[in-house]
Design a protein around this ligand. Structure first.
Ligand code: SAM
Length: 236
């Protein structure tokens, strides 16, 4: 936790918050903080700054808050991710959130196991939990938006053109000739396939929407490895 994220409900006045639970535990056990210490804080979807500890007990932490800094610039990459298995999704959401992606579309694909769509992890509150862990890691406050797209064809035909407008679009697909570009300075839409990869029909549909298939070389990476590699490679 490299920043303590504050929710509206934490504020008891404009400049004072009271925290319990996981954040209190972290401040006690990891920071080993005492009254008077300053901690890095940020308001969810707002500014970042410092919190001075006014009181600290086993039950509650009270901070005096001063917020004056903007969060870091967002990634220019919009991510389209074939829905991974829940365990992997957790890790991917955290890393994507920590890498600054703000638009995430979780997409169905022929090789996505149907049972994944029934996972409790897809409930809004659970998704938010994972995204906040990523923000806490990276010192960011802006929560990424996650959109569930359980029907591939209607999504690609009706919604994707609006999403890719003004961006260059790539689909990561092992075995194609074109090597994934790097250090681009523009808006990007990136599609990443499921563990079994996109099927040819899906690649054709994405190409019909302007996506260019690109490869990272002959090594086939797990989704959770491919995601951070592609995100850091594509963006300047
Ligand atoms: N057997 C599958 C195939 O050949 O497509 C492997 C899929 S891989 C485990 C899962 C996803 O990660 C792929 O659909 C792709 O989006 C991305 N990926 C993994 N390794 C890649 C590579 N070397 N080049 C491009 N994309 C890769």
């Amino acid at each position: 936790m490299n920043i303590i994220l504050l929710q509206d409900a934490d504020f008891v006045s404009a400049e004072r918050v009271q925290l319990t639970g996981r954040r209190l535990e972290h401040v006690c056990k990891v920071h080993r903080a005492v009254v008077g210490d300053e901690l890095r804080v940020g308001k969810v979807n707002g500014l970042m700054g410092r919190g001075t500890i006014l009181s600290l007990t086993d039950q509650q932490l009270e901070l005096d808050i001063f917020l004056d800094q903007p969060p870091p610039a967002p990634s220019p990459i919009t991510l389209l991710l074939a829905l991974p298995r829940p365990k992997m999704l957790k890790r991917v959401l955290q890393s994507v959130s920590s890498l600054g992606v703000k638009q995430i579309y979780l997409l169905n694909s022929y090789r996505v196991d149907k049972s994944f769509w029934g996972s409790p992890l897809l409930e809004e509150e659970k998704l938010q939990e994972q995204l906040l862990l990523g923000l806490e890691q990276a010192r960011d406050t802006i929560v990424p938006q996650v959109t569930l797209c359980p029907r591939f064809k209607p999504f690609v035909e009706d919604e994707l053109p609006g999403i890719t407008a003004g961006s260059v679009a790539y689909v990561a697909h092992p075995g194609v000739e074109m090597v994934c570009p790097h250090a681009l300075d523009q808006k990007i839409t990136l599609a990443i396939g499921p563990e079994g990869g996109f099927i040819p029909y899906e690649i054709e549909k994405l190409q019909g929407c302007g996506f260019i298939p690109v490869s990272l070389g002959e090594r086939i990476l797990r989704v959770e490895t491919a995601v951070p590699v592609l995100l850091s490679r594509l963006h300047l």
